[in-house]
Design a protein around this ligand. Structure first.
Ligand SMILES: [Zn+2]
Length: 169
């Protein structure tokens, strides 16, 4: 049996696994860790895949088993929950702070999200990210994909620095 204390340790270990594509973020920061539960002697970790174009789920499952194995959990099952679908709105405030610190512009509100208090000047279709270095909104997309499908490449017209932007989905 998995005790309550062991389950807490398993949760901590799972939450601390870095995302392969955004290694400055943990699975918890990214908001994809849905739950860690005990089923008999097994620990069951449920995650929701992020961008469908990101083939990272197999790597994440492998990393979860390795990390939990080191924490003393031999019997680990990783399940995926497809509903509700992940959106970039699930990235935590701490995750957004870590992205900015790493020079990556965090996503704006997800396109399908209920309309919040969005400034009219930005328009609903294409919200340009703010430069993570100088904070300027005068930015230009230079590549639709940067390394992975999750990220686009931008250039700041104010400080001239290129930066990556995690797309809003
Ligand atoms: Zn800038």
């Amino acid at each position: 049996m998995v005790t309550g204390r062991q389950l807490r340790a398993a949760r901590e270990a799972a939450a601390a696994v870095p995302d392969p594509e955004l290694p400055m973020l943990t699975l918890a920061d990214l908001g994809i860790l849905r739950g860690v539960a005990a089923e008999g002697d097994a620990v069951v970790v449920t995650i929701t895949p992020t961008y469908s174009g990101c083939p990272a789920m197999r790597e994440i499952a492998h990393d979860l088993r390795a990390r939990l194995g080191r924490a003393g959990f031999a019997d680990v099952t990783v399940r995926t929950a497809l509903a509700p679908p992940w959106t970039s709105d699930w990235i935590t405030a701490e995750g957004r702070r870590k992205l900015r610190e790493a020079g990556v512009a965090p996503p704006g509100p997800a396109p399908g999200a209920p309309a919040g208090p969005v400034p009219l000047t930005l328009g609903p279709a294409r919200r340009r990210p703010v430069c993570p270095r100088c904070g300027s909104a005068d930015t230009t997309q230079t590549a639709a994909f940067s390394g992975t499908a999750c990220k686009a490449l931008y250039r700041c017209e104010a400080c001239r620095e290129p930066f990556e932007h995690v797309k809003a989905v």
